[in-house]
Design a protein around this ligand. Structure first.
Ligand code: ADP
Length: 157
């Protein structure tokens, strides 16, 4: 099934010059970038996005970290994109993330773990709406699509 998911490229990645490499990972996997922008994340947006950790003692640190520079926000689309993007990012605790995952290759920390990806299809729908207006998520054909998938894998959401 073709799905969309939300990716954040966090301030540690921006400051360390890893933006291009991380975008490249998703492109090379065969996922299509259908929305992309750079934003300073305000308190209210971060509190909404991280509502599930808002009461944790480490949340003030996460907030400071996420506001250290702009963040790049993308929507990527493709076959089973939600699960694939999570697998590509690796576990939250980057020190335990396997080599070959983005966190495993580029990060050491549980907080400063370079990237975010939506954790379920429903979360992806909510997170895409949180960061993008409907008209900012673009529909276009990319010529590699025919090569990437078997016919029965090309069904849309
Ligand atoms: P994920 O981003 O892998 O979905 P969570 O939703 O649990 O993980 O946490 C959101 C973000 O909060 C993490 O990506 C990380 O930046 C930060 N975080 C999570 N747990 C901790 C922790 N124990 N200490 C510091 N920061 C944390």
């Amino acid at each position: 099934m073709i799905e969309q998911t939300l990716i954040l490229i966090k301030p540690d990645a921006i400051n360390r010059g890893l933006l291009g490499e991380i975008v490249h990972r998703f492109e090379r996997k065969g996922l299509k970038i259908v929305a992309m922008k750079m934003m300073h994340l305000k308190d209210s947006l971060l509190e909404e996005h991280y509502a599930h950790i808002k009461d944790k003692p480490f949340f003030p640190g996460v907030k400071k970290f996420m506001q250290a520079s702009p963040t790049v926000i993308m929507v990527v689309e493709g076959f089973e994109a939600v699960e694939i993007a999570r697998l590509m990012c690796g576990p939250t605790k980057a020190s335990q993330a396997p080599a070959g995952t983005i966190r495993g290759d580029y990060a050491l920390s549980v907080q400063s773990n370079v990237v975010h990806a939506s954790d379920s299809k429903e979360t992806a729908r909510q997170e895409i709406k949180r960061f993008f207006k409907k008209e900012e998520v673009l529909e276009y054909d990319k010529i590699d699509f025919e090569l990437l998938l078997a016919p029965d894998e090309k069904r849309k959401r």
